[in-house]
Design a binder for this molecule. Structure first.
Ligand SMILES: Nc1nc2c(ncn2[C@@H]2O[C@H](COP(=O)(O)OP(=O)(O)OP(=O)(O)O)[C@@H](O)[C@H]2O)c(=O)[nH]1
Ligand SMILES: [Mg+2]
Ligand SMILES: [Zn+2]
Length: 344
């Protein structure tokens, strides 16, 4: 694939737009600095980013209180839903974020240009949601699992739309069992009736969980059922009248209090926009192999230390695939990920 060539005029226009943008940001930063100096903002206080839209954020003050629309101080970049921040209230009801707290964890993925971008911060659990419909790509599930293993954030697999499953569970039921056999927690849910929602709730209590997965699998619907209070969800869903359904466009954090469904304790849920591809180009081959947990006991046992597990004689991974210890589909999935690293 060849890169699109820009004409000189196009390039000039883009540079001009970028320069204007930078100038505007600088001016705004200067105005902020002046206002901060002049004491037009209140005292510094801690808060949490619950949603972000470009350089504008919704920050929830620590403790309680309504979210405040904030913008970023000019030198701050890359904030994301879940970040802990220091912010100051302005006189007009908006605020300014002046610093970001340290992150206990962060889920990141490369953007289309290959630059690593945070998806959500300070999370302890990744809920990988898939459904009977749209048909899941097992490879996407494996990509999420590899990303989870690489960041050390615990994954949970959620098979939603169980109401559409055949009675014997079908292929998807079998797929889920395979992941359960690897030791991953799995939950089967449906929002059509009250199926599996209590089991899911128990998994979420006391934790901060981000819901990820393809578009249309039911992430927002699940969160909707877990948060019975409408007021918590206002602004979360944007009507896509064309398709006649709601598509999430920005990651948003919700709290659920203990006792809303049972007394298990409070938790936090982050809804995120659906994605088709989860790039792993920020990882190397060894990290990808480590991300397949059942490979680990075989790694380092190949005849050649630099074995790439392709055709090498004495490859411990290939032997484990041969003997059935490693499922051929998972190995194929590993291959696809490694090949995609080379392509980019
Ligand atoms: N049959 C069935 N349909 C469901 C279930 N859960 C959700 N849906 C439907 O699936 C469609 C997509 O649901 P959403 O919750 O918007 O999916 P999403 O994962 O949030 O999608 P994005 O925001 O685009 O990533 C909606 O029409 C829901 O009504 C379920 O358990 N069973
Ligand atoms: Mg959604
Ligand atoms: Zn090998």
């Amino acid at each position: 694939m060849s890169k699109r060539k820009l004409t000189r005029q196009q390039r000039w226009r883009i540079e001009k737009i970028q320069a204007e943008r930078a100038k505007r940001a600088e001016k705004r930063g200067q105005q902020d600095a002046d206002k901060l100096d002049a004491g037009e903002y209140g005292a510094e206080q801690p808060g949490r980013v619950i949603a972000h839209f470009g350089r504008t954020l919704d920050v929830r003050p620590e403790g309680d209180g309504d979210p405040v629309r904030c913008h970023l101080r000019a030198n701050l970049e890359g904030l994301v839903t879940g970040d802990r921040v220091i912010w100051r209230a302005g006189e007009d009801g908006s605020g300014v974020v002046v610093a970001r707290g340290e992150r206990a964890s962060v889920l990141e993925r490369p953007d289309p240009r290959g630059q690593l971008k945070p998806v959500a911060a300070n999370i302890d659990q990744i809920l990988i949601v898939f459904a009977v419909e749209p048909e899941p790509h097992a490879n996407l599930i494996d990509r999420y699992l590899v990303a989870a293993e690489a960041t050390g954030i615990a994954p949970v697999l959620v098979l939603n739309k169980a109401d559409l499953l055949p009675e014997d569970g079908g292929e998807l039921g079998a797929l889920l069992e395979r992941y359960a056999a690897l030791g991953y927690p799995v939950v089967t849910t449906t929002t059509a009736r009250d199926g599996g929602l209590d089991a899911l709730h128990r998994r979420l209590a006391g934790r901060t969980s981000v819901f990820v997965g393809q578009s249309g699998v039911g992430k927002s619907s699940l969160i909707d059922r877990l948060l019975p209070f409408d007021s918590l969800r206002i602004g979360a869903l944007s009507e896509d009248s064309r398709k006649g359904r709601h598509t999430t466009t920005t990651a948003r954090l919700y709290r659920f209090a203990p006792g809303e469904r049972d007394a298990d304790g409070a938790g936090e849920l982050i809804d995120s926009p659906g994605i088709r591809e989860f790039g792993l180009i920020h990882l190397d081959e060894a990290q990808v192999a480590e991300g397949f947990i059942e490979f680990r006991e075989h790694l380092g046992r190949c005849r050649f230390r630099d074995c790439r597990h392709r055709k090498e004689p004495g490859c411990a991974l290939l032997a484990a695939v041969e003997s059935g210890e490693i499922h051929a589909d998972r190995f194929a999935s590993y291959r696809r990920i490694v090949d995609s690293l080379e392509e980019s």
